[in-house]
Design a protein around this ligand. Structure first.
Ligand code: URA
Length: 266
């Protein structure tokens, strides 16, 4: 059954008052066609959550419910994309404000069936210009880190970021931006099917583990993301400013290599 946003709001006794703040994207336009099951579950949840809806319900709660409906549909859609559809969805994405300032989206790079998957934070200026992750100074260090354990960008390694668009002035990603972009990363992980994920820095750790814990406390253990062994280490940009911590990252790389070996991969 097809429910569009206005229909859901009308059923709640609220529509059609609230409008999306952003123009719908190609993906958003297709959301309504997708997860019939997910949508009806969401609609059931909406109806189950309270007394009969009235117009007295506050605007902000109506808007957040409507946004949650749109988000769950969008996530379900992304979770079924193949590589081509996912790349198209990312390159045309307008789901958060970062689209307005980008030159290029930065999807990810490397072997799409790699055993190693590296997850960074967000593109910087060079990445935004070239459309490839980790091509600036931090990227050079990352390539050196990979070489230290006998790996090379593109060969059995896939590299992606939490955000696919550059935050202005390289500011930290905002929670809303991470939330809207995380389904893209989740689908990349599913499609690559890595044997080991290396999370680089605070935002990767936060996104993959849904935890605000410090890098220091998350290092040295093998976590799991969607069942895949996950090792957290410092972000290369941090290491450029804190050279002594390179030794800790070396330990983390060795831990990651052991974890991958233990997973039965070669
Ligand atoms: N930092 C990141 O996290 N990702 C990049 O692609 C570049 C710098």
């Amino acid at each position: 059954m097809r429910h569009d946003r206005d229909e859901i709001l009308t059923e709640m006794g609220l529509g059609p008052i609230w409008r999306l703040r952003e123009r719908p994207t190609a993906v958003d336009e297709r959301v309504a066609e997708v997860p019939a099951a997910a949508e009806s579950a969401t609609a059931r949840a909406i109806h189950a959550d309270s007394a009969p809806p009235t117009r007295a319900r506050s605007a902000s709660s109506a808007e957040s419910v409507a946004n949650a409906v749109a988000d769950s549909g969008r996530e379900a859609l992304i979770s079924r994309m193949d590589w081509r559809a996912l790349k198209e969805a990312v390159s045309g994405c307008r789901a958060c404000g970062l689209h307005a300032g980008r030159n290029r989206t930065v999807f990810g790079v490397g072997d799409e069936r790699a055993q190693w998957m590296l997850v960074g934070e967000a593109p910087g200026a060079e990445e935004d210009r070239l459309g490839e992750p980790f091509v600036g100074q931090a990227g050079k260090l990352l390539d050196g880190m990979l070489a230290a354990i006998g790996l090379k960008r593109g060969e059995n390694v896939y590299i992606a970021n939490v955000l696919k668009c550059r935050p202005p002035g390289n500011r930290n990603p905002e929670p809303g931006e991470v939330a809207r972009c995380a389904p893209h990363l989740a689908r990349q992980v599913e499609l690559v099917g890595p044997k080991l994920i290396l999370g680089l820095g605070r935002f990767a750790a936060r996104t993959l583990l849904d935890s605000d814990a410090s890098i220091a406390s998350l290092r040295g253990k093998v976590h799991r993301y969607a069942g895949v062994p996950l090792v957290i280490t410092y972000h290369p940009a941090y290491l450029l400013r804190n050279l002594p911590d390179k030794a800790k990252t070396w330990e983390d790389l060795l831990l990651a290599r052991r974890a991958l070996g233990e997973s039965g991969a070669s």
